[in-house]
Design a protein around this ligand. Sequence first.
Ligand code: GDP
Length: 295
Amino acid sequence: MFEDLSSKLDKAFQSLKGEARITEVNIAETVREIRRALLDADVNYEVARQFTNDVKEQVLGSDVLTSVNPGQQFTKIVHDNLVETFGGEKADIAQAQTPPTVILIAGLQGSGKTTFTGKLARHLKQEHKRNPLLAAADVYRPAAVDQLKTLASSIDVPVYSIEQKDAVRVAKEAVSMAKSLALDTVIIDTAGRLHVDEEMMNEVAEIKEAVNPHEILFVVDSMTGQDAVNTAKEFNERIDYDGVVLTKLDGDTRGGAALSIKTVVNKPIKFVSTGEKLDALSPFYPDRMAQRILG
Ligand code: GDP
């Protein structure tokens, strides 16, 4: 994950470390290299520009140039700004005061929603001792319902589905069922389409209206580059979600775009998915991601 970006940033820092004396000129050159590395990793242009401007301003405004260890201080400023770009603190998902907690999963078709629904259920069950019910509200593709049922049975979690193609009804009835079975969490997997369209957005908005979820998570394929950022914006304008799930970060190369989402949309990244298997999910820690990128 982000090996290319890491090695380019490392190279940028190396050139600074090799200098006998660090001056404003080589700071400017290093900052330019950092910007290039970010853009090569497909970080959103505006985010990369703002990031490098902030770093430069902070370096020149501090005593880095005259300090004993300028290289190290410079790296720290870059690290801290990366953490900020990724959202600062780790953001948790909401929990209802009176169960069940209702979590709505939205995103384009193929983004990894159904897989994530299974992963989240497993995560909540194993790490938080919760008892989830999955709601199969992707009612148009029988394969999606089957996929959810297979995932659910492998982690021993119940699924609510109906024959009728009525996503709002599935969602509502699943919440009632969780109440009657005393299950503390409902995760609703919704239908996506290949592109943002009115019908899909209306349906997600209707489900939102009907069940009033405590948490709406927007799932996005990191490999789609700047499209990921645009889709994140469109979904946010329409359904005002609470957090972002980045999938397929194992695919790498263009993942930088997805990491720009927090700054562009101002919604926290809450989970990252790094593979097809159910255990390939981690909560998102901005500081750990920054650390990883800086090596
Ligand atoms: P949905 O249409 O949004 O429900 O997407 P699916 O959950 O069906 O996922 C689409 C494809 O992406 C499937 O083949 C998944 O196995 C795969 N997938 C999901 N998450 C990841 C991930 O983090 N990494 C990789 N490499 N593949 C993933």
